[in-house]
Design a protein around this ligand. Structure first.
Ligand code: IPM
Ligand code: MN
Length: 371
C-alpha cells in the first residue's frame, strides 16, 4: 500500500533530524513491503525568506492532499526580532488551526537507562510513563481580541482566553479514550479557582465522564500539577489540559526524563478509536518535542530519535501499522539500553554517534528486526 506524507522539515536541526526519519521510513518500507511517497514543503523561517510568510496557502493545500505530516522544527535568531510582523512560529500555528489538529499528544517517558541524565532523584522517577494531551487549536493562542495599542502613551496588549464547550468536549474525550486503553485514570488540569474557562472545562469534563464510567476522572489545579510533575510524577498516567497549561507543563514533563531529544509528539484532528469517514479525515501532524536548536544545526550532532519516534506514532495512528511502529520503538529501546548515544544524552567520557550514524543504525536494525 502507498502512504502519502508531507515533509515540512523547517529550520535549525529540523532538516537534520527529519532526514533520518525519512531514511528509517525507507527501511520500514522495504522490510514490511509498503510504499511511502514524500512531498517536501517549506515552513517557518525558510518559508519567510523565500515567500515572505511562514506558510503559504499552496503549502497548506498540498498538506491536505497527504495523509500525514512529518514536521521538523521552526525558528531561529535570524527571525527572532519581537517587532517583526511575520514569525516562523506562525507556520505551525496556522497548520494546527487549518488542519484542526486539536489534540496534541506528548508522552513523558523516562528511559530507565537515561535516568542519570535527569535533574531529578532516581527514586522519584521510578515507573514514570505518562502522556499529556494538550488542547491545541483554541485558548490564548487563538482567542480574539489579540492585539496591542496605546492609551495616552501607555502601551497596552491583550490576549483572549476563550473556550466553547465543543472545543473542550472533543479533547477531553481524547483523554478518556487514551486513559481507557491505559490505566483508566485521567487527570484533568485547570485553574477553576480563578478562571471562568476552567470552570466550564471542569463542568464539561464531568459531563463527558458519564460516558466513561470505567475511567476515574481526577481534577487537579494546574499549578499543583506543575509541582507534582517534579515531586511525584508517577501519580500521572494520562493528563488532559488546555493549550497554554499544556504548553508549559509538557516542557516541564519533557525534561524530567533527562532526554528532550527522545520525545515525539502527535497532533490529531479526531478522537482516536472513533471510526471516521476516511475522506473527511484531515492529515495528522507528527513532530519531535524539541525545537530548532539553531546553535547545533548542521553540525551532525542533533538527536534524531524524537523525530524517528514521531514516525512510529505516525505509523500507529495515521496508518494503523502497529507492528511497524513497535519495531521502531523496540529498536530505539534496545539502542538506548546498549548505551548507544547521541551527544545530548552521552555518557560522560564515552563516545557518541552522529545524527546520520544513528539514522543508519536504526535503519539497519529495522531491516534485520525479528519480532
Ligand atoms: C510547542 C512550541 C510552540 C507552542 C511554538 C513554537 C509556537 O512551543 O509546540 O510547544 O507554543 O505551541
Ligand atoms: Mn512549547
Amino acid at each position: 500500500m502507498k502512504y502519502k506524507i508531507a515533509v515540512l522539515s523547517g529550520d535549525g536541526i529540523g532538516p537534520d533530524v527529519t532526514e533520518e526519519s525519512v531514511k528509517v521510513l525507507g527501511s520500514i518500507a522495504k522490510k514490511f513491503g509498503h510504499e511511502f511517497a514524500f512531498e517536501y514543503e517549506d515552513v517557518g523561517g525558510i518559508s519567510i525568506d523565500k515567500c515572505g510568510i511562514a506558510i503559504t496557502e499552496e503549502t497548506l493545500g498540498r498538506c491536505l492532499d497527504n495523509e500525514a505530516i512529518l514536521f521538523g522544527a521552526v525558528g531561529g535568531p535570524k527571525w527572532d526580532n519581537p517587532k517583526n510582523d511575520v514569525r516562523p512560529e506562525d507556520g505551525i500555528l496556522k497548520l494546527r488551526k487549518e488542519l484542526d489538529l486539536f489534540a496534541n499528544i506528548r508522552p513523558a517517558k523516562v528511559y530507565e537507562s537515561l535516568i542519570d541524565s535527569s535533574p531529578l532523584k532516581k527514586d522519584i522517577l521510578k515507573d514514570v510513563d505518562f502522556i499529556i494531551i494538550r488542547e491545541l487549536t483554541s485558548g490564548l493562542y487563538f482567542g480574539e481580541p489579540k492585539k496591542r495599542w496605546s492609551e495616552s502613551g501607555n502601551r497596552v496588549a491583550v490576549d483572549t482566553l476563550k473556550y466553547n464547550e465543543e472545543e473542550i468536549r472533543r479533547v477531553v474525550k481524547v483523554g478518556f479514550e487514551m486513559a481507557r486503553k491505559r490505566s483508566k485514570r485521567l487527570h484533568s488540569l485547570d485553574k477553576m479557582n480563578v478562571m471562568a474557562t476552567s470552570r466550564l472545562w471542569r463542568e464539561i469534563a464531568e459531563e463527558v465522564s458519564e460516558e466513561y464510567d470505567d475511567v476515574e476522572l481526577i481534577h487537579m489545579l494546574a499549578d499543583n500539577a506543575a509541582m507534582q510533575i517534579i515531586t511525584n510524577p508517577s501519580v500521572f498516567d494520562v493528563i488532559v489540559t488546555e493549550n497554554t497549561f499544556g504548553d508549559i507543563l509538557s516542557d516541564e514533563a519533557a525534561v524530567i526524563g533527562g532526554s528532550m531529544g527522545m520525545l515525539p509528539s502527535a497532533s490529531l484532528s479526531s478522537v482516536p478509536g472513533e471510526k471516521q469517514d476516511k475522506v473527511s479525515l484531515k492529515p495528522a501532524l507528527y513532530e519531535p518535542i524539541h525545537g530548532s536548536a539553531p546553535d547545533i544545526s548542521g553540525k551532525g550532532i542533533a538527536n534524531p530519535m524524537a523525530s524517528i519516534l514521531s514516525v512510529a506514532m505516525m505509523l500507529r495512528w495515521s496508518f494503523d501499522l502497529y507492528a511497524e511502529a513497535n519495531c521502531i520503538e523496540n529498536v530505539i529501546d534496545s539502542l538506548i539500553k546498549e548505551g548507544i548515544r547521541t551527544k545530548d544524552i552521552a555518557i560522560r567520557g564515552h563516545d557518541f554517534l552522529k545524527t546520520y550514524e544513528i539514522g543508519d543504525l536504526i535503519s539497519e536494525r529495522v531491516a534485520n528486526y525479528e519480532n
